[in-house]
Write a protein that binds this ligand. Sequence first.
Ligand code: F6R
Length: 241
Amino acid sequence: MEVVILGGSRQIGRLAADAVEQLVRRKPDAVLGLATGSSPLPVYDELAARHGQGLDFSQASAFALDEYVGLPAGHPASYREVVRREFTNRVNIAPENVHVPDGTAADIPAACAAYEEAMAAAGGIDLQLLGVGTDGHIGFNEPCSSFASRTRIKSLIEQTRRDNARFFDNLGGVPHHVITQGLGTIMAARHVILLATGAQKAQAVRDLVEGPVAAICPASVLQFHPHATILLDEAAASALK
Ligand code: F6R
């Protein structure tokens, strides 16, 4: 695990975008794993700017980490919309190559299995972007998720629903259930880059970097990943020894 402490979110965005750019130039049909939430937004801004200068995503594909269950199609907080608005609409990834778990599926287990199959058929994720929850979740693998888990339905804990209420009109609007890639799915990505900024992430970052590998901090499983890069600002790194 490589931990890099940077001056702020713009530098973090640039460094993560460098990794994406190098990958896409080396492998034009790269498979990107996309996080939503606030942490990756500077990366998407940077990639959109680089696309404006010619960075080509026309052969790339992308898989989102997770999606809320039950939000109507087109809901502005649904991750299908967020991924489209914040990233894929701003570059030239073909819409048919952008995949998000189907939170409206009548048969959720079948949709989850199909999502895993689609990732495998694409050749697996080359580079997975991640944020981390204040409770140590990655994707929406809340504390005590199985390290072997694959894409499936999960319940959000109240802390996560409160953390994400800012994207909704009120706390009551935050769904209780999500579809998320599992920890086993995330660990299968060839490179993972986790981004964290702000003092509210300091404890989770400490647990993920220095704590025991334990299901109570799902992100700690990344200690076992052969190529994990953790990009932090000083506030997020402030509890590290
Ligand atoms: C989002 C996701 C979550 C977030 C995490 C941090 O797709 O999977 O794990 O990365 O909740 O969210 P932010 O970046 O908004 O603090």
